[in-house]
Design a protein around this ligand. Sequence first.
Ligand code: PBG
Length: 405
Amino acid sequence: MRNYCEVTGLPECSEVGHRKRTGSRVHLAKRGSIFVARRVSPSTKRRSFCERPRSVGCLVAPGIACKPTEAQSIAMTYLSMLQRPRRNRKSSVVRGFARETHLTPDAFIYPLFVHDGRGVEPIGSMPGAARHDETSLLAEVEGALSEGVRAFVLFPAVEEGLKTKHGEESYNPEGLVQRRIRAIKRRFPEATIVTDVALDPYNIDGHDGIVTEDGRILNDDTVAVLVKQAVSQADAGADIIAPSDMMDGRVAAIRRGLDEAGYTEVSILSYTAKYASKYYGPFRDALDSAPKSGDKKTYQMDPANAVEALREAELDEAEGADMLMVKPAGPYLDIISALASASTLPIAAYQVSGEYAMIKAAGARGWVEERSVVLESLLGIRRAGAKAILTYFARDAARYLREGG
Ligand code: PBG
């Protein structure tokens, strides 16, 4: 005897084994449709509904009729889909096949603050980050290396007494950065060292360039100092020079300076699209390097501009840059993406101090789940097209990734 669905009139599936295995799913002639089963009571011959959904796995007795749920009959009437994108999200294995972006610690560059005082000095607006003396710097580098972070960028907190109008301390062979590069290279020759080229930590005015009496930033005079700074960092053992000053023509000048000094293998990671951003606030606390007067809008880019970033990228490429950087990262993902499609050079992005501070602050209050938001923020930067990411989360994020996210 056959049973028929009292709604559709379709016959019950004869594949009893299948029916049993899948519980109350009754496979009708119209294959692929899923129905909620109705149980026919053999004794009374009266029908009672089995309302249990398929996933509950009720064992279906013989004599089943079926009735689609309301949602199912709507789907049968209105939806006829060959494409169901959700199939590619159905399990972690399948999601793994479909995944387009992978976050790995070899993308990370870890910025570290150094000072000439003793010990570790916490930075109020950057919980978890600190100014390191040589011992704690080496410990931090060692810890990060063991997590798979292989590149570091050093930022010096320079003593007030060493700051001048022209930032001569920036190219002192015995300067803080130069000594710390040598210390890291001695202990960990495998560590890749990136250095920041700009005058703000060394300059009495807190600007990236030399400031005139009437408050202008001198481009060409500044570039002359930056070249000396870059060569002195290369002398100390830097692998990658990263000019963050935004003076015009500095990439070409630094490239020539490095080449003349014999450092043809030292790379230039140019801060190509560095915006005049308020997200740098905590960094300036860390180094006590905020401009004493004025702002950085005559050299850093206007946050409203995207096309101009392409112009900067063209110039930096022509001037011999090896990699192009966008900074900040999170609020400028469109710029990362634009440079990644416009240039054949690898793109780096800097998740800056303000981005770090915001995640830390919300995380500490339990307003966001810090660990996941950290990884999501970095994944977003990768997805936009950054090959390398400068992030204060580098060491933590590498550990989160090792622990499975
Ligand atoms: C200095 C420099 C700055 C940052 C990196 N290099 C500050 C600035 O331009 O004012 C900011 C990094 C951060 O906020 O994390 N030229």
